[in-house]
Design a binder for this molecule. Structure first.
Ligand code: 21W
Length: 222
């Protein structure tokens, strides 16, 4: 079973997300074990301090190395684990990276916060990952994005209906448009071909729609 250990100063942010939907089902089916650790449990002072002012000056606070070192050491034990730092300055996440992570046995994800993390923790970090070029308040939501993305690639997690085969990033195109009942809604009909029952025509139409959409919205994918 894949184990994901998450180190954070906001453990409460994870509970609702990992207790819902496909993540919950994967946990119930024993496909993944997710443990959330409060970084403050690894502090050594009575105020449970995890951050301090930056050497060299500047705005904001920096996460201290000691609680993170101790947390990773304790959580890792004698296992082998991939240690990931969620960090705005990391390599950008994509489907390929998610699939590679899903093949591992143990992931330890550190959620950065404040202005950043003391650079010396890179000694125990294997890779830094960002989820895109926009600024968030911390690494918690990005850690959930990685967790969600990885879990759906574990064999047996998705049902046939949710299968990965047909998915947009698998063939490098955006998805074709979807329709369900009713066949006419507020005067808007469903494209005739989808009601034709001709699966060859339907496949061709979907492919053409995928291509047209990709050319318009994400030409970089072509
Ligand atoms: C964002 C911390 C920006 C520090 C000079 C002075 C983790 C994230 C994060 C955060 C900065 C991810 C600056 C996409 C994200 C994360 C918090 C740098 C600017 N420069 N993926 N101040 N986006 N964000 N501060 O924000 O920790 S993964």
């Amino acid at each position: 079973m894949l184990t994901i250990d998450i180190i954070t100063i906001f453990p409460g942010m994870f509970t609702p997300v990992i207790s819902a939907s496909i993540i919950k089902r994967a946990r119930d089916k024993k496909k993944v074990k997710i443990r959330v650790h409060d970084l403050r449990d690894y502090t050594k002072d009575k105020h449970r301090k995890v951050d301090d002012r930056p050497f060299g000056g500047g705005p904001g606070m920096v996460m201290m190395p000691q609680p993170i070192f101790d947390a990773v050491k304790k959580i890792k034990g004698r296992r082998r684990a991939r240690v990931i730092l969620m960090c705005a300055g990391g390599r950008c996440l994509d489907n390929r990276k998610i699939k590679a992570l899903a093949k591992r046995q143990n992931l330890i994800i550190i959620c950065g916060h404040y202005e950043g993390v003391d650079e010396r923790i890179m000694k125990i970090v294997d890779e830094r990952i960002s989820i895109g070029d926009y600024v968030l308040t911390g690494g918690e939501l990005p850690a959930l994005v990685v967790t969600d993305g990885v879990i759906r690639h574990i064999p047996g997690v998705l049902g046939k209906a949710e299968s990965l085969e047909d998915e947009s990033f698998e063939h490098g195109l955006l998805e074709y448009p979807h329709y369900t009942r009713p066949a006419k809604f507020k005067g808007m009909p469903v494209p005739k071909v989808l009601l034709s029952g001709n699966h060859k025509d339907i496949t061709a139409w979907r492919r053409q729609q995928s291509l047209a959409r990709t050319r318009k919205v994400r030409p970089d994918l072509l």
